[in-house]
Design a protein around this ligand. Structure first.
Ligand code: FAD
Length: 323
């Protein structure tokens, strides 16, 4: 693509890095400008697990994005250095879990109801499956390396406006997470505060996820060197200070489900603001003489949706090339 136009991607979280990887590997000259480097983003805080779309999202683009990402994560799981693995998983809860997992039957061939004897005390309904689990610090390093191999560096370069980026490139990709709304003049983006407690791994392999539709739930993601424990979601809280009482509640709930976590040491407590929006925005619009492709508003699903949304970013960039 010798005449390809320069593209500036704003943001170095999972949305920005994945979009930049897909664009750079498709032949565009790409620069990533970011306020915070990858290890200081919300993306680094995610657990993270690929999850099937909620029943309400089954008819939307979300299903296609989720499905495409699943295929890519399955391939990546064969690369031991990238932080992705296919992990045994147990998902529990009452009707919400059944509803959520029922949408996944076509995507996850080994999804099956759990026998009550396979579930922790207090839970009568649950599912077993193999799901992509992503160790985000390692995975963000992997995406950054892959981007560098495609000739693109991540630059610390916060912008005050989309127009500022448009001065440097005819195509701007807005992957600025929670800040993307402000840059785009979109006031429907809002934070959902989240907190994780990270422990040493005492030998766990199976991830655990309670789906209850409430503000607090129990989950833990056992990566090779660390177990990420959660979970909580507080709408509109912008203060990212970790709450010690939330830490205690997370530890108490997770240790009740998995007593081996009582032996594990706390490595760190991490927090992040999920960039929530009524629906994910992946679309292009004019930006003066340039063009902006938006990719933001992924809420608690940005990792799950990353490869599917990035594929659409490439599709929208191609439309520009052929105009
Ligand atoms: C506790 C928690 C658990 C989660 N668990 C999961 C999970 O299991 N599965 C899942 O799929 N998702 C999960 N998520 C959601 C996921 O983390 C987010 O949806 C995702 O990280 C959003 O990625 P992003 O790249 O859009 O935003 P971010 O990671 O926030 O990145 C935004 C980037 O934009 C940059 N930026 C901001 N302003 C500017 C500016 N003015 N100029 C230039 N750059 C700018 C920032 O510096 C940053 O680099 C979880 C989130 C939290 C908080």
């Amino acid at each position: 693509m010798a005449s390809a136009q320069q593209i500036v991607v704003l943001g170095a979280g999972v949305s920005g890095l994945t979009s930049a990887v897909c664009l750079a590997e498709a032949g565009w000259p790409v620069r990533v400008w970011t306020a915070a480097m990858p290890q200081h983003t919300t993306s680094r805080v995610a657990g993270a697990v690929w999850l099937p779309p909620r029943p309400a999202d089954r008819a939307s683009d979300t299903l296609a994005w989720t499905e495409h990402s699943l295929g890519v994560f399955r391939e990546l799981a064969e690369d031991p250095g990238c932080g992705v693995q296919l992990a045994p998983a147990v998902a529990v809860g009452q009707s919400t879990a059944a509803e959520a997992m029922s949408s996944a039957a076509a995507l996850i061939p080994d999804l099956r109801p759990a026998d009550p004897s396979q579930l922790p005390d207090g839970f009568r309904n649950g599912f077993l499956a193999t799901l992509p689990m992503i160790d985000m610090p390692q995975y963000l390093d992997y995406l950054t390396r892959r981007l560098a191999a495609a000739g693109c560096e991540v630059e610390e370069h916060p912008v005050r406006s989309l127009a500022e980026a448009a001065d440097a490139a005819p195509v701007v990709v807005n992957c600025a997470g929670l800040a993307a709304g402000r840059l785009a003049g979109d006031d429907t983006v809002r934070p959902l505060f989240g907190q994780h407690v990270v422990l040493t791994n005492p030998g766990l392999r199976q991830l655990f996820l309670e789906i209850n539709g409430g503000p607090e739930w129990t989950c833990f993601f056992p990566h090779p060197q660390r177990v990420v424990c959660g979970g909580i979601s507080i709408p509109d809280r912008r203060d990212t200070t970790a709450d010690p009482e939330v830490t205690e509640r997370i530890l108490h709930r997770c240790r009740r489900i998995e007593p081996r976590l009582a032996e594990a040491e706390v490595i760190e407590t991490i927090t992040g603001l999920r960039p929530d929006r009524p629906s994910v925005r992946v679309e292009a619009e004019p930006l003066g003489r340039a063009r902006c492709i938006h990719n933001y508003g992924h809420g608690g699903n940005g990792v799950t949706l990353s490869w599917g949304c990035a594929r659409d970013v490439v599709r929208l960039a191609r439309q520009r090339e052929t105009r």
